[in-house]
Design a protein around this ligand. Structure first.
Ligand code: ADP
Length: 290
């Protein structure tokens, strides 16, 4: 069965009314999957496709979006379903026509992200399933100690991957020794987006904040704010909205470098090149803090 027939059948079943694709358009801007808008005369859906072996990635994305949606704090595209057909995996989401965010909308995004971060988990840090960051596996075993979780399952994991990819970072061992102590602060468990760069933040046509394409888990809320600062930063209104709702704790500026090192190591593992020297500089900065 063609993947599109299966998707059509799936949407009809979930929505309880017949859906027949009349129009299919490619959507650009993604980094991993092929994305499409599919429509009949009345409704549109957003579909991402990949090879069948990537179905777990879509399963985890749908679960992450559901968890964020259930927190009733910030809008995310609602997932309809996911699966495999004809050698491909797919995820179907609500289609949201995107608009533009003014200062007020960015302020609201900061407030609503802080509200999402208020959702804690009594098992601490991790999640009930593993997921991916970009195309890289992301392990989320429940761990009560945040410093241990981030050191082992974020930094150590990426450093090991980097070694297999031919990246050898000086002072990696020192960093791993120091990292738990650097992260020992009064941290609470927060539902985080996990991959919050500007490409994963948007607004509806009514200016409602939306976050998408998450790498969800329960962690230190600072990881999301750190990532917003990594590639140029979000507008100042976003940080004002966040800080007015739930101010960041002392020491964030130091921890931020370690939090963003995770993404730079991941970029090295995905794309190689100049990310190696950026990661090395960050490792040295972190080690020099102690
Ligand atoms: P990838 O997983 O390949 O990185 P994304 O989830 O980032 O793909 O989606 C690619 C692009 O499609 C986004 O940058 C955004 O512009 C658009 N998009 C994502 N989700 C939706 C949606 N629910 N409705 C409309 N457009 C969307």
């Amino acid at each position: 069965m063609s993947v599109w027939i299966e998707i059509q059948r799936n949407i009809s079943q979930v929505q309880g009314r017949e859906f027949v694709v009349c129009d299919r358009k490619s959507v650009g801007g993604g980094s991993i999957n092929q994305a499409y808008q599919i429509s009949d005369s009345q409704h549109s859906y957003f579909v991402k496709l990949n090879q069948a072996s990537k179905v777990a990635m879509f399963e985890a994305e749908a679960a992450g979006l559901k968890e964020m949606h259930a927190s009733q704090s910030i809008r995310v595209p609602k997932p309809l379903s996911w699966g495999t057909a004809a050698g491909q995996s797919y995820i179907i989401l609500e289609w949201i026509p995107f608009g533009h965010g003014d200062t007020q909308a960015w302020f609201a995004m900061g407030q609503q992200l802080a509200a999402m971060h208020r959702q804690a988990h009594d098992q601490g840090f991790g999640w009930h399933q593993n997921n991916t960051i970009g195309d890289t596996p992301q392990r989320n075993p429940w761990t009560s100690n945040w410093g241990e979780f981030f050191t082992e399952h974020r930094i150590h994991y990426q450093l090991q991957l980097a070694q297999r990819n031919g990246g050898h970072f000086r002072q990696g061992d020192v960093l791993l020794d120091q990292s738990p102590a650097l992260l020992a602060h009064p941290v609470t468990s927060s539902l985080v987006h996990g991959d919050l760069w500007s490409g994963n933040a948007a607004f509806s046509q009514a200016g409602e904040p939306i976050i998408l394409d998450p790498a969800t888990y329960y962690g230190d809320r600072e990881v999301d704010i750190a990532m917003t600062e990594l590639f140029g930063g979000f507008p100042p209104a976003f940080y004002q909205g966040y800080q007015e709702t739930w101010p960041l704790a002392e020491g964030y500026q130091q921890r931020k470098i370690l939090y963003n090192l995770y993404h730079i190591l991941n970029h090295f593992n995905l794309f190689g090149g100049g990310y190696a020297s950026q990661a090395q500089r960050m490792i040295e900065q972190v080690v020099a803090m102690v």
